[in-house]
Write a protein that binds this ligand. Structure first.
Ligand code: ADP
Length: 256
């Protein structure tokens, strides 16, 4: 007798396979394109400080002998730009580490964590920070170091983009399933058109470029990545009557 060929339990849809394959290819191409863009943006950002440093070294070489008065200013530029490069590289390392990070989330008291961060924040800024937490512990699932880094980055921005000595208000509120941290400032706010982009790597609102406020546009991209690793969500809205309000929502720890 003829051996019976095994019958596939489900008919193989060739067109479905082709569709899946094309989808996979498109996703892969999208990822490659994003990585290419990232490397090109990072190189561009590093090129500017390097050019300034080299220009000032050349200036000292050519004119330093006869005009020693140019030296202190040029050294100042070199110092400032190398510091900028150092920050940028640190941020790039943060991003690539966070890309690979695996986190074991643990129960922690979010209100206590926020209080601890404010207590150790730059004292001259911290005196303008208010915090309204919950009376009882707000047990939340998260990674304490990452949540610390998220809050410091949001505080740094609130301070950096607001007029000197402006108030910054922090709150923690909780429901049965979520704990929400808000960081609200009274700075210039963020226009609706920019809001959807500010979590992208290297995105800066034009005003912060033209006002020459230090930054690389990586801070919020890192924050968004850390929030995601904490299985949370981040959003930005207008503050009342003006300014920005960043909201980080996390999961409550169960049995708390
Ligand atoms: P950086 O501060 O290094 O430019 P970020 O990723 O932290 O980068 O922020 C991206 C952009 O979002 C900033 O350049 C700024 O234009 C805008 N931004 C961030 N935080 C605030 C804020 N609190 N108020 C107003 N604008 C802000």
């Amino acid at each position: 007798t003829q051996p019976k060929l095994p019958q596939p339990t489900e008919p193989v849809e060739v067109s479905q396979l082709a569709k899946d394959f094309n989808q996979l290819l498109a996703a892969q191409n999208g990822r490659l394109e994003r990585e290419r863009q990232f490397i090109s943006d990072a190189s561009h950002e590093l090129r500017t400080p390097i050019a300034t440093i080299r220009g000032n070294v050349k200036l000292i070489e050519r004119r330093g002998d006869k005009h020693p008065e140019v030296i202190p200013e040029s050294l100042g530029f070199i110092d400032q730009e190398s510091l900028r490069m150092q920050h940028l590289i640190e941020n790039l390392l943060h991003l690539s580490r966070a890309d690979r990070a695996e986190v074991a989330l643990q129960p922690l008291d979010l209100s206590a964590l926020v209080r601890g961060v404010v207590d150790h924040y730059q004292p001259l800024v911290a005196q303008h920070v208010t915090f309204q937490g919950t009376d009882h512990p707000t047990m939340t699932l998260g990674d304490p170091d990452m949540l610390h880094q998220i809050l410091v980055a949001l505080l740094d921005n609130a301070h950096k983009y607001s007029p000197e000595d402006q108030q910054i208000n922090l709150t923690v509120v909780a429901t049965a399933t979520t704990a929400t941290l808000t960081v609200a400032d009274f700075g210039p706010g963020i226009a609706a058109a920019d809001r959807e982009h500010i979590f992208e790597r290297f995105y800066r609102v034009d005003a912060s470029r033209s006002n020459k406020i230090e930054g690389s546009g990586l801070g919020l991209a890192i924050v968004a990545q850390l929030v995601q690793l904490n299985q949370g969500a981040i959003a930005v809205t207008d503050n009342d009557p003006h300014g920005s309000c960043f909201t980080v929502t996390l999961n409550r720890a169960t049995n708390s």
